[in-house]
Design a protein. Structure first.
Length: 446
């Protein structure tokens, strides 16, 4: 059977649905639809009287209306009131579709069309989750079996390391540098893979403002990763919570989700977006975009665990986004990225003042993190930041994270991650002044 799907109505060549069967984990292949949730769509047929679901009667819900004020993206000094009542509120108070509220999904699909040039007829679909972390875990569960090898950029977002550890994965680190993922490292790893050993099915990466390094992958490296995905038959998990927090001087490079349109076929990218950094972290709203067969399996997982993402937070999000429109949303995200650029500049100025000669770093172009190397020892022994940061710096009044937290194999490193999102200029200067004293004392004792 062909691995491609061609239809006259489709403008790009897609991987056929059957192509993904070999990528699915044993657990994913064994998942069955919920006996109740699987029939929810049947309720929408006009004239049907449904005795199907055990939904509580909304007449007994005490909430009659909700309203909130929000800034006007084009004029931050202005606020508008957004209200939920009647059918809009009723939808938010009741059980909803496993994949998310249809109108919110439609809004996000329109956003992906505008941000990444992906149209609705290319074999992909979208699901909403309780934050993107929820969706990443479900994707990993859908694609990875116990003990499987996986490709992970290093340093890597610490939140995914326990996911792979729980599945006893072989975590193969792919190097990164100031220009993001080192595609040459990935190529070398794959071309020297042991003969007869199954190759990894997935590669996990955070391409913009990477947590922890703050680096953004260069476009030519992204293109080579996509080419390698075709050559060595793996899927790309593009975890992208900082896409809208890009503040680099050059034009923002296209996402993997967009760049795969340049490939002979589409369907190797699973993309994860989050509203945590741009609307609210506590509302827990994220969404995944990718091949329909994989999203379908992830929805089966949702149906048997948390049933659905919160209808109420989705309804509030939808009300705000529809009030703003796409132009308002982009206006807001530009303001967000400018805010973090200013925070970045304040932090880097303080780094130059207090840690010049004591640390090395590259300037981040997105996100909210600085990744810097402490100059503690000789070239032969660069030192380890773990004890200095976890114990001595904390005793000195500074709390940050040692770099080993972000390395799957936990090896020693002189690097440190510092978040610059919350601290004032005064706090940044005081903290780095304290860290300077700790580093100087450490160097004296060596």
């Amino acid at each position: 059977m062909s691995v491609y799907q061609n239809e006259e109505t489709v403008s790009v060549r897609q991987l056929a649905p059957d192509f993904y069967h070999s990528f699915l984990s044993k657990a994913a292949k064994e998942r069955k639809p919920s006996a109740i949730r699987g029939l929810y769509p049947l309720e929408s047929k006009p004239g049907v009287i449904s005795f199907l679901a055990g939904k509580p009667n909304d007449a007994m819900f005490p909430f009659k209306s909700l309203s909130f004020t929000a800034t006007c993206p084009s004029n931050p000094g202005e606020v508008s009131t957004v209200s939920l009542s009647g059918p809009e509120l009723a939808i938010g108070l009741q059980y909803g579709a496993t994949a998310g509220l249809p109108r919110l999904i439609d809004w996000f699909v329109g956003l992906q069309e505008r941000s990444h040039g992906r149209t609705r007829n290319e074999g992909w679909r979208l699901s909403v989750g309780t934050g993107s972390q929820d969706l990443i875990w479900k994707a990993i569960q859908a694609l990875v079996d116990d003990g499987d090898p996986v490709l992970i950029e290093a340093p890597v977002y610490a939140g995914v390391i326990p996911m792979f550890k729980a599945l006893h994965c072989e975590e193969h680190e792919v190097e990164t540098d100031a220009r993001g993922i080192c595609s040459s490292s990935l190529r070398s790893l794959l071309e020297n893979w042991p003969a007869g050993k199954p190759k990894p099915k997935i590669f996990y990466t955070v391409p913009y403002g990477c947590n922890p390094t703050g680096m953004t992958a260069a476009i030519e490296r992204r293109r080579e990763v996509l080419q390698l995905a075709r050559e060595h038959n793996f899927l790309i998990l593009e975890d992208d919570p900082y896409f809208y927090l890009y503040f680099g001087k050059s034009e923002r490079p296209p996402s993997y989700f967009k760049l795969e349109l340049e490939q002979p076929e589409v369907g190797r990218v699973m993309r994860f977006d989050s509203l945590s950094k741009i609307l609210s972290a506590g509302m827990r709203v994220g969404f995944a975009s990718g091949p329909k067969p994989i999203l379908d399996v992830m929805d089966l997982h949702t149906a048997t665990t948390n049933l659905q993402p919160s209808s109420l937070t989705q309804a509030i999000t939808l009300a705000l986004l529809e009030n703003w429109g796409y132009d308002g949303f982009y206006c807001h995200t530009r303001a967000v990225s400018e805010f973090y650029r200013e925070k970045r500049d304040v932090f880097e100025k303080a780094m130059r003042t207090h840690l010049d000669g004591l640390a090395e770093w590259s300037t981040p172009e997105a996100g909210m993190f600085f990744w810097f190397k402490l100059l503690l020892g000789s070239d032969a022994d660069e030192g380890d930041s773990k004890e200095l940061i976890e114990k001595k710096a904390y005793e000195g009044g500074v709390l940050a994270l040692p770099g080993a937290v972000f390395l799957p194999n936990g090896r020693k490193t002189a690097y440190v991650r510092a978040a610059f999102s919350l601290s004032t200029e005064e706090q940044v200067n005081e903290a780095l002044r304290r860290l300077r004293l700790v580093i100087l004392k450490e160097r004296e004792n060596r």
